[in-house]
Design a protein around this ligand. Sequence first.
Ligand code: FES
Length: 378
Amino acid sequence: MSSSDPERKLPSEAALADMSREDLVKLGGQLDGVELVEYPDPWPVKGTRAEKRAERLVALWFLLAALAGLAFVVVFVAWPSDYVAPDQPGHTLYSLYTPMLGLTLGVSIGGIGIGALLYTKKFIPHEVAVQQRHEGGSTELDKATLLAHLSDAGARSGIARRSLIKRTAGLGAGAMGLGLGVFALGGLVKNPWTDSESKDSLWHTGWKNTDGERVFLRRATGNPEEVVLVKPEDLDAGAMETVFPFRESERGDHTALAHALKRSDNPVMLIRLRPEDSARVVKHQGQEDYNYGDYYAYTKICSHLGCPTSLYEQRTNRILCPCHQSQFDALTYAKPVFGPATRKLAQLPIDLDEETGYLYARHDFNEAVGPAFWERKS
Ligand code: FES
C-alpha cells in the first residue's frame, strides 16, 4: 500500500503538523506498508564505556582528516617545489613535493569518509524493514514522513549530545575544505612572479639566447653528458627527431645539461619535410624565416593541455597528440586541424651555423609554449 492508495486513512494537514517525529515515523511506515521488523536503539544504555570508545574512534578519524588537511596547506605553501637536479642537495625534498600533496589530501578526504562511515555504523539505528514498492512519485505526506524517519535516525544516533564527534567532524571537514580551496586557488597563494628566476622561467624557455651564445639543437641520447648535436644531413626526408637546447658553456656541467633535458618546455620536434611537401608549406605571418630549408622546428608541448605531441605522420604531415587526439598540420605552421587544441604549436626559429655545420635556434619562441594559460601576455 502507498500514500496514493485511495483506501488508506490520511491525517488532515493540521493533524499532520501536530504529530511528533516518532508518530510520523510510525505513520509513514503504516501508510507505505512498511513493516519495521527490527528498529533497535544502537546504545540503549547511554554513556557506557563502549559507547564512549566508539565516539572517540569516530572523532579520531575526523581529527586525522583535520590534521592532514592542514598539513596539505603547509606542504602546498612551504615545501620546496623548485626543480633540483638529482645530484644536488635538496633533490629528495623536491622530489617528495607531489607525493606529499597527494598523501596529505588523500588522508584528509579518506579520514572524513571513514569517520562518516564509522558514525553511520556505530550510531545510526540499523533497522530491518520490509516495504511494498509502488509506482509514481512521492506525495507530500510521503516526503514528510520520510524526512521524519531520517531525522529520527539522526536523533536516535545521539548526535545532539556527541559534541566531540560534532567538533572533530566540523574541524576535519573545514580543514579538508581549506585544503581543497588552496588546491583550487593555489595560484593566488603561491605567486610565481615574486622571484626573478621563476618569473624568467615563465616568460622564456631553455632556448633563450643569453649573452649572444648560440643555442644548438642536441639529440636526446639518454645521457646528459653525451652531447650529440644535429646536422641537417642527420635526418632523412620525412623524418622527425626530438631535440633539446645545448650551449657550449654548459659542456661538462652535469646539472645544467640534466636540467636542459628535464625542463618541460624545452623538447622540440625537428621535422625534415619531403621536398614535394616543402613546396606546399603555408607560413605563419611574422615567422616566414623560422625554417631552415625543409627543416621546421615546433615545440613538442601540445597547446591543448601540455602533453608531448610525440607522433609525426609522414604520409599526411600531421603531428598527433596522443592525449586527446589533437592533430596539427606541419605544412600549415602546425595549426590545429582536429581535436580539442585551438592554438598552433609554437615554432622555434632555426638556422645553420656555417662554421660548425650544426643547426641552432636563432632565438627563443616568440609565442606561448603549451597551454597558454600561464604565459599569456595580455
Ligand atoms: S593535451 Fe594534446 S590534445 Fe589534449
